[in-house]
Design a protein around this ligand. Structure first.
Ligand code: NOJ
Length: 553
């Protein structure tokens, strides 16, 4: 079905995710900050970015880099002040860039005043704001759920004489969404930021807010006798009632768009979550990404798996809802490294991935550094890694009997630090990220891969990104067009046709490191617009070749 071309603005823009600690440091303390982001708005505007998503910048002890909020109404001093935030909002507006904030509403920091109060006794004004349970008769935790960052999902609190639940680290107690006061407090926070001029929200870990009534044990998935909490709490019946209320109280009828992190929502469920009767505008589901919650069990997806996962979501959102296209974020490895071998040409690979990002149907979300083709770090000692999940996954793998070498390979492949190393701006010391000591080591390839170098090179990944992003901005076919998969069973080629009002674009990407062939009748007399090889033959794709052809009809 051909939809009207009067798309909401957020369907036409490119969103850019910023990891504030690692984007740009303005004051020389080694951490990125809000002023640093404001100083880079010209660059972002020049990329065609219409929205920046910043991971949390609220006050936080930073044990999970901001996903442990201690005050939603304050800015973390490491990032600056509320004045800096107001200034960033104002400047972003001048650059036609909307600011998207991250709402972390499944949990807070254990240093949040709500938790400090709640833990004191079983009888206080916040006693029911978290999920407290008595131990089993033998004193052990209420069930066998494992938290995402390792160990039991329950931690004992002596003052209360009870356990509290935490989906993630023990320093991130889960909020009790069953309590209407909790929900109201959360809606007030979101509305406060809307009042400040925030125009969009990314909503963290939202599929875990509703817990099953019985809190029953699950079937163990590893030799520790535990089961991953996500497998027990994701998308529990009744969750949509909470989310409908959330929408009604916060963004319904407001000029605010939303994208929720929703691991594991299947394409056939999307209609309940997005679109006319949905609760959000878009959902990040992760079905097309390599990996998983337990790294030693990571699924290695074939190119066909990846393609079909994307196609299913494209189809599901064709009639209803909208798709956020993404390969990377701050929790995932760099996409070039995740999808291709070390022998693959990173420039071709980066361009191939960006071609898909910018031509599928939906709103592209690019992660800082993806536009220049940043890659994984491959540090070979667990001590080099900063983020806590790397250590807990390493330990889990070791406990399961994997040798140190194997365990570190899981970490190299999946560590969240891969995406969190500082942004590579130029070839000077610390890549122009800071004049101080960077909080996390840089990827040592920064002298080769950086913004400044790529600005001067018409063949760079960055130049490709710019060309396609400019093209997309003006292309009715890419913005409005239908999506039709081509060569569906092909194990190397990811090909599709976008069509709008008698015009079409055919995108052909060889998603493999070998030559690939197809029947040239597929293209008829279409003309080549873009090729990452400079030229293209209708019937043959070189390794990682990406082409865009245009035709009437
Ligand atoms: C998902 C976030 O993206 C991740 O970085 C964080 O650790 C967890 N949610 C917990 O908030």
């Amino acid at each position: 079905m051909q939809k009207s071309e009067a798309l909401e603005y957020w369907k036409k823009i490119v969103c850019y995710e910023i990891y504030p600690s690692s984007f740009q440091d303005a004051n020389g303390d080694g951490f990125g900050d809000l002023k640093g982001i404001a100083n880079r708005l010209d660059y972002l505007e020049s990329l065609g970015v219409g929205c920046i998503w910043m991971t949390p910048v609220y006050a936080s002890p930073m044990r999970d880099n901001g996903y442990d909020v201690s005050d939603f109404y304050k800015i973390n001093p490491q990032y600056g002040t509320m004045e800096d935030m107001d200034e960033l909002l104002a400047k972003a507006r001048e650059h036609h860039i909307v600011v998207m904030m991250d709402l972390v509403f499944n949990h807070v920091s254990k240093e949040h005043p709500w938790f400090l109060e709640s833990q004191k006794s079983r009888d206080n004004s916040k006693s029911d704001w978290f999920i407290w349970k008595d131990p089993k008769p033998d004193g052990s935790p209420p069930n066998n759920w494992r938290g995402i960052f390792g160990g039991s999902a329950w931690t004992w609190n002596a003052a209360r004489g009870q356990y509290y639940l935490h989906t993630f680290g023990d320093f991130q107690p889960d909020l009790n969404w069953e309590n209407p006061e909790v929900r109201k407090a959360l809606y007030d926070i979101a509305n406060f930021w809307i009042g400040k001029g925030v125009g969009a929200f990314r909503i963290d870990a939202i599929v875990y807010i509703k817990k099953p009534k019985d809190f029953a044990d699950g079937k163990p998935d590893a030799s520790d006798g535990m089961v991953l909490i996500h497998d027990m709490t994701a998308n529990t019946d009744g969750i949509l009632d909470f989310l409908r209320e959330f929408k009604t109280n916060v963004w319904k009828n407001k000029n605010v768009f939303t994208v929720a992190e929703a691991n594991g929502i299947r394409p056939e469920e999307l209609k309940n979550w997005v679109g006319e009767n949905g609760v959000f505008d878009m959902l990040f589901e992760f079905n097309h990404l390599q990996g998983g919650d337990i790294w030693f069990k990571a699924k290695k997806l074939s190119m066909l798996d990846i393609k079909m996962a994307i196609v299913r979501s494209q189809m599901a959102t064709a009639e209803n809802g909208w798709y956020p296209i993404f390969w990377e974020n701050h929790d995932k490895p760099r996409s070039i490294s995740a999808n291709f071998s070390n022998a693959a040409d990173p420039v071709l690979a980066g361009k191939a991935l960006l071609t898909l990002l910018l031509t599928l149907r939906g709103t592209p979300f690019v992660y800082q550094g993806e536009e220049i083709g940043m890659t994984n770090v491959n540090w070979d000692s667990i001590d080099a890694y900063n983020e806590l999940n790397s250590r807990s996954q390493y330990e889990l793998a070791r406990r399961e009997g994997f040798g140190a070498d194997e365990a570190i390979r899981f970490v190299q492949a999946f560590s969240r630090d891969n995406a969190r190393t500082p942004m590579q701006w130029d070839s000077s010391a610390n890549a122009g990220f800071t004049c101080g000591k960077p909080w996390l080591a840089l990827n040592e390839n920064y002298p080769q891969i950086n913004v400044q170098k790529e600005e001067g090179d018409p063949e760079s990944v960055l130049a490709w990104f710019r060309r396609l992003s400019k093209f997309r901005e003006k292309s009715e076919v890419l913005l409005n067009g239908d999506f039709q998969i081509l060569l569906a069973d092909d194990e190397r080629i990811f090909a599709y046709k976008r069509t709008f009002r008698g015009k079409s674009l055919t995108i052909l990407v060889n998603f493999s490191e070998a030559d690939a062939f197809y029947n040239k009748s597929l293209l008829g007399d279409a003309t080549l617009l873009f090729s990452n090889y400079g030229d293209a033959k209708k019937s043959h794709l070189h390794p990682l070749e990406a082409n865009i052809f245009s035709a009437d009809g």
